[in-house]
Write a protein that binds this ligand. Sequence first.
Ligand SMILES: O=C(O)CCC(=O)C(=O)O
Ligand SMILES: [Fe+2]
Length: 399
Amino acid sequence: MIRLDLNNSINLGTHSKNTIIRFGVDEISYNNFYWGFINKNWPAIITNITTDWECSRTWISNKNGAHIYINFVYLKNKIKDCLVPVTNCTDKSVSIESFYNYLDKWEKSIQSRNSDEDSIHQYLKDWHIKEVLESYKFYKVPKLFFSDWLNEFLIENHRNDFRFVYMGPKNTWTPFHVDVFGSFSWSANVYGCKKWILLPPGEEFKLLDQYKKLPYKVSEESLRKSNVKFFVVHQQQNEAIFVPSGWYHQVYNVTDTISVNHNWFNAVNIKYIWSNISDNLRKVMIEISDLRISQNFNEQCQQLLHLDFGLNIFEFLEILCFIANGRLLLLKRNQENSFIKYIQCQSSHMFYFNDFHIYYDLKTINTILKTMIQDKFVHNCSRLYNKCILFICRINQYS
Ligand SMILES: O=C(O)CCC(=O)C(=O)O
Ligand SMILES: [Fe+2]
């Protein structure tokens, strides 16, 4: 049961203590994690996360005694060869390669590591593995990260989702960035150790150069020099990290690493996602202001917003209405005296929502829709405006 209660007594206080803490997945309730970390937008490391995942039993192996190694043979037997996106961490280029070729190169580089031969710097990242292996349940979404409107919408509508696998040799890394749309991310290490550098929102401004550009790479030294507040966390095997919205980060694979991660948003950060969309829309409108007099200016803005930002207002509203519909259906079923209150989780586990959670999601969607109709662009577009009003009315009937 996914149980969310009033935010009354939760004071874990880790953010006021300025630390990033570690705890076992069974040591915290869904409710305490929701209010104490997600709602506080504060990072955490959660241990014992992959123990019961299929991939942590099969993709890695320690048959040779204490040493754990990657089971390249199993990976090749289980996963058909396919094309994968590979980033070269030295020259930043991205290429599309055969998965098996990538694994072969990686395996060879491990075998020759003690010799003088250079190891590879190629990082298989942002791999939508579910596209290739739709029915292969190699991991489970941890209950603490269950409230995920983005992937709930995308998966149920068979669209490209934000569930990824990362595989990379020791020393590969991900440059300094903030996550797509301003979303949260969670990342779980199936194998190996990652070093994270994390900045609380706003600290990144101290790093802007004269052209208002942020650096591609940061170091602890450069951050200290610029008087930036930051955290360094080592995420070990079998641990997940919760990366809050708007926290810039850089990630370094201390060892060979395999991880699963999701980008996501929910009732907590939806307001932030909306403000990012509307800020980006304003930028797009300025960029193509020459076309303002053209008849389909608004449409062009939305197309460009989709290309630049990945999500436009029509798509955003579609997600909100889909989630609202789902929650309203749960309430209706409940009123009809059915006791079934479930939605299908991404990893096909059934979780049950309590009423408070359903109402909380709906109340938040209502607030966002009311904010949206104040927006000039939405106000002037009858298709968007009418849809917002329709859902505001539908949600009001239940509250
Ligand atoms: O593991 C990595 O290399 C990057 C992961 C990341 O940036 C994220 O999960 O947000
Ligand atoms: Fe990230």
